[in-house]
Design a protein around this ligand. Structure first.
Ligand code: ASP
Length: 343
């Protein structure tokens, strides 16, 4: 490797980008990463050194689990000083979860970590994989006075660079598969690559990277719907070892004012379970107390997720629950933006 052009590490975890059709079943499955590079000779033309590393067994991201998140974080930790930027190829299905959780695991990150993938395999004639991959590498290699321009975990898809922990997968077939409804795009690729400098995350330059590998998956996501029963919620809330719940409420954080509901939530919080209020809407924010239907939640100690996505909310919960935070501080810390994930 040379030091006068950026060194980029490409980490392949799996996903459609590197899949082929099984000749017998016709279903897409992950294949050997080496083939991926053979299929994109253009990579050799980029103005950076690219090294690659692959999951031993690439996965469809629907099989993603916290142990793989630790694997990704460990690769970055080990290679942090050697490389100027990291591009992670990942299936789009759970990309917002993985990239959100990585944003919490990598505290004081000061280099680009860009997640990307594609809707069509790299070998498909109409594939979106090439543009996504090539531009992601260019973004990871962007430097200003020998320092990386991007210093956070991002997601690049279909000409747009987003803050990863602000994204949601919104479409299962469009090339524009992701959206960041509560935060502006960080960059847009057209004839020029336009970086939205004002919205980039600015880490404290005096701090060194800390990689947090502990995550607590004793959590749940509960989406309210009109008619949800007490029995159902009681069953969920009495799950052994449950430590945190992301409650997807209506609109600006509203829910039924029925007594049984509020009492059940209160009892659950008193048992030490943290409940985070996020909105079911794709955009906008929870404002507890704006309506009578959320005022009670505020009073019993429900945490406001503000404008966080569900993906970032559950990731933040898993991350903070493993940090041994004193119960009286948990709500305050959760309601603080740690990696630009909430307003
Ligand atoms: N099922 C695939 C995955 O998430 C879809 C994709 O790669 O876009 O791994």
């Amino acid at each position: 490797m040379t030091k006068n052009i950026p060194n980029i590490l490409l980490i392949y975890t799996g996903g459609t980008i590197g899949m082929i059709k099984d000749p017998e079943t016709g279903a897409l499955r992950a294949f050997d990463f080496d083939n991926l590079l053979i299929r994109i000779p253009e990579l050799k033309l980029l103005d950076c050194n690219i090294e690659t590393i692959s999951f031993e067994e690439p996965i469809d991201s629907s099989n993603m689990e916290p142990k793989y998140w630790v694997d990704i974080a460990e690769v970055i930790e080990k290679q942090y000083d050697t490389f100027d930027g990291f591009v992670i190829l990942h299936g789009s299905d759970t990309m917002s979860y993985t990239s959100s959780v990585l944003s919490f695991m990598l505290e004081h990150l000061a280099k680009p970590v860009i997640f990307t993938g594609s809707q069509l395999p790299i070998g498909d004639l109409r594939t979106d994989a090439k543009e996504n991959l090539i531009t992601s590498i260019q973004i990871a290699a962007l430097q200003y006075y020998n320092k990386p321009v991007i210093k956070e975990v991002c997601l690049y898809f279909e000409y747009k660079l987003y803050r990863a922990n602000r994204t949601t997968k919104i479409n299962a077939e469009h090339f524009e598969a992701f959206a960041s409804l509560n935060y502006p795009d960080l960059a847009e690729s057209g004839v020029h690559l336009k970086v939205n400098n004002d919205h980039l995350f600015k880490p404290n330059p005096r701090k060194s990277l800390i990689v947090h590998k502990a995550l607590d998956a004793n959590v749940a996501i509960v989406k309210l719907f009109p008619g949800i029963s007490e029995t159902l919620l009681q069953t969920i809330f009495s799950t052994p070892n449950l430590k945190g719940v992301v409650l997807e409420t209506y609109g600006a954080g509203n829910c039924t004012t029925k007594d049984w509901f509020v009492t059940l939530l209160k009892e659950t919080i008193n048992k030490g379970v943290h409940i985070v209020n996020v909105t079911q809407c794709s955009g906008g924010s929870v404002i507890m107390g704006q309506y009578e239907t959320s005022e009670k939640l505020k009073r019993i100690g429900v945490i406001s997720g503000k404008d966080i996505t569900t993906e970032a909310a559950i990731s933040k919960l898993m991350y903070l629950l493993a940090q041994n935070i004193a119960p009286n501080l948990f709500k305050i810390i959760y309601e603080t933006s740690l990696r630009g994930e909430m307003a």
